[in-house]
Design a protein around this ligand. Sequence first.
Ligand code: SF4
Ligand code: SF4
Length: 198
Amino acid sequence: MAESKSLKEQFWDPVAGFGVTFRTMFKKVVTEQYPFEKQPTAPRFHGRHQLNRWPDGLEKCIGCELCAWACPADAIYVEGASNTEDERFSPGERYGRVYQINYLRCILCGLCIEACPTRALTMTNEYELADNNRADLIYEKSDLLAPLLPGMEQPPHPMRLGDDDDAYYRGEFKAAPEEPGDEASRRAAAATQQGGEG
Ligand code: SF4
Ligand code: SF4
């Protein structure tokens, strides 16, 4: 037969328990109401990747696969292809024809963006990378490419900002023709050159 409870256990302990509840009621609430209220991340938070563009809309990725080789989780798959004068996606010889990142594998370490020689690959602050099936967590090039900003043109198209790819890589763009929205284009160029710092 169980021992009967002492007077302290019967009366004082419940009161003490409610005392904790009462004290907590007046403290600042720290619960985050995610996903209804989203908190901003730290500026250099490692989120979803982005494939950046040059100010004329050409892609910075040259399909070299260095990001894939640097990845410790084997999360990146790249297939490069050659540009032609009729069909150009990036300055220079090569572009990334297929580009995939598997977010079931990625640990968002950022080694891939350190390996990228053209700053084509950076990371955004976007962190909502959950889904209920495998296929949707393998992001394709179309999911990762930066949006076209004002003044940019959807590739394929010729190099608009210089005669050779070195001019692009050195940032020595020749003056683009004055068109409506040109100021916006210049702002886009500056933003693209900076890229998303990872
Ligand atoms: S962030 Fe790290 S794990 Fe993710 S793709 Fe890049 S190198 Fe691989
Ligand atoms: S993202 Fe950078 S490292 Fe990866 S294939 Fe493209 S250019 Fe090469």
